[in-house]
Ligand binder design. Sequence first.
Ligand code: SF4
Ligand code: SF4
Length: 347
Amino acid sequence: MQEIREIFISEESFSSRISNSLRRRTDSWKVITEDEAEKLKAGYGRILIKSRKGDFVKRCPCTQSPYISCCYYNINLVEGCHQDCRYCILPDYLSDKPLTIYSNMDLLLEELNDFHASLNAPIRIGTGELGDSLLYEKTIGHNDLLIPLLNDFSNFILELKTKTLETLSLKKYWKNNNIVWAWSVNTEYVSGKLEGKCASTKDRIALAKEISENGGKVAFHFDPVCPYKDALRDYRDLVDLIFSQIKRERISWISLGVLRFPGSQKVFSDSLIEFISNEYINGEDGKLRLLKTLRKRFLKSISERIYEFDENAMLYLCMEPYDVWEHVLAGKPEDIKNAIFHGGRIA
Ligand code: SF4
Ligand code: SF4
């Protein structure tokens, strides 16, 4: 994992709960003016704590029709990541902004109150869309502040999505009924080549096993599924590993998504080139995607293996159209979409 080199606290955030939590855990921080915070650029191991100006809660923008949205909501508490996955699109999206953790939790609480009042059934809501939910939790303690805020909101199922092992300081919440501990997973081959600073896949699964054995609920995201010579065999082995370690009833959901890129992406690192062949084309949403026939083959092979272990697995696809859902998943896309929107399988 990336080490923390510099922590900056914007002066208006100095007395916030997040800043207090951080200052109890470390002496290595520096206060800067709001103006300096606005101008701060991304840097090696650099973190900024500041107030958020816009809304915290956003619906995942997904991609254009005909691709099916799983209607995921996200709390934008953290933006940016230092784990340097070669396929990550965040550097493009966030350009040169430092990894930022937003401190104005009172505003967040107000928003959550309003949003929750508009719901009449549970929904999934995460924090890992614009960063890793748990990265630096040990040093900052932001989830330790967020989780108690959600206690009174019975219709939120909070997904904490990560490629780290930073859950130990949150052990007291492992069994919380409204939390799902989720890992993005990949084959050792892909992980070794493209997920430089992340915990190994085996360690992620071992931790998921420990949490599940302690009464917690877990989830997995096979994303991005990357095409390479032995990929079909390796992804099926990965399924075997997960189900050999974790009881199926503790797995709330599993998603699958094939390696894809924004159409604007022109430059790929050398380590990525191996995975992008001339079988990649512009999809209907303008994204660079593997040919649909090949995506179907990959996804079907993985889903079949998952259903062999659990015919009722709550499986869904990320950014795939209706016919791919129909081909790959066991069930009507509308029903699956509705079930996953409302929290998957509540183990
Ligand atoms: S399918 Fe993927 S991209 Fe679309 S809303 Fe769900 S999580 Fe977001
Ligand atoms: S862990 Fe996620 S957010 Fe962080 S670099 Fe990797 S893909 Fe990007």
